[in-house]
Design a protein around this ligand. Structure first.
Ligand code: ZN
Length: 213
């Protein structure tokens, strides 16, 4: 291997626990049928500059270490990164406490983005499982999940997301209308819990409205 090759390999090094975290999120979401037809992507923060994120394409439910790349949250663009990777980077830039991000096309989330959105948010309130979210201690509260219009220009969308979420009370996720859900937490384990909670809560709220999910 020449010097340039060795430097590339070094730059791509991803700690084993980070790889395991990305795979745990991806495989769980695959088993739940939340990432159909090669959709979705998953990442775990490595340090202040970089994260490990699933590369573009492939069934995320079966992703292996080869399908995970190391990318900078401030750039430059990685050649194997998905078009949606800039949204992961924008979320990491919101706070150093954000340690993992998951993006799924789960049916209840997509339905919620279309059927439950009011004034560009979905309000979840009065439900016990709200306590699954970090910092929530009682069901007597509400969580406003922002809803953004979908956009094929992911850089422009990332800018809108960053501008709206900056300084907001942590929502732990947002919806893209007709597209899917982004969720985060301090690490992969917490992000997985938040994913499960959103799925349960959206399904419950849809059923209350008579919408099968
Ligand atoms: Zn997507």
């Amino acid at each position: 291997m020449n010097v340039a090759g060795a430097q590339t390999a070094l730059a791509e090094h991803i700690p084993d626990d980070v790889v395991r975290g990305v795979m745990a999120l991806a495989h769980h979401s695959g088993a739940k049928n939340w990432v159909p037809a090669t959709s979705g992507n998953f990442s775990v923060r490595i340090d202040a500059r970089d994260c490990a994120v699933t590369a573009s394409g492939g069934d995320k439910g079966k992703v292996t270490a080869d399908g995970i790349i190391r990318a900078g949250i401030h750039g430059p663009a990685h050649p194997r990164a998905s078009a949606e990777a800039p949204l992961h980077y924008a979320i990491y830039r919101l706070s150093p406490a954000i340690g993992a991000v998951a993006h799924v096309h789960a049916l209840p989330a997509v339905l919620a983005s279309l059927a439950l959105a009011h004034e560009a948010r979905v309000r979840i309130e009065g439900l016990e499982l709200l306590k699954a979210f970090r910092g929530v201690k009682t069901h007597e509260t509400h969580l406003d999940v922002p809803v953004f219009a979908n956009d094929q220009d992911m850089d422009a969308l990332a800018e809108r997301v960053e501008a709206r979420l900056k300084g907001m009370t942590p929502a732990w996720g947002f919806l893209l209308a007709g597209h899917g859900l982004y969720v985060w937490g301090q690490d992969a384990t917490e992000t997985l819990r938040h994913l499960d909670a959103f799925d349960y809560l959206f399904t419950l709220m849809l059923k209350l409205k008579g919408i099968p999910a």
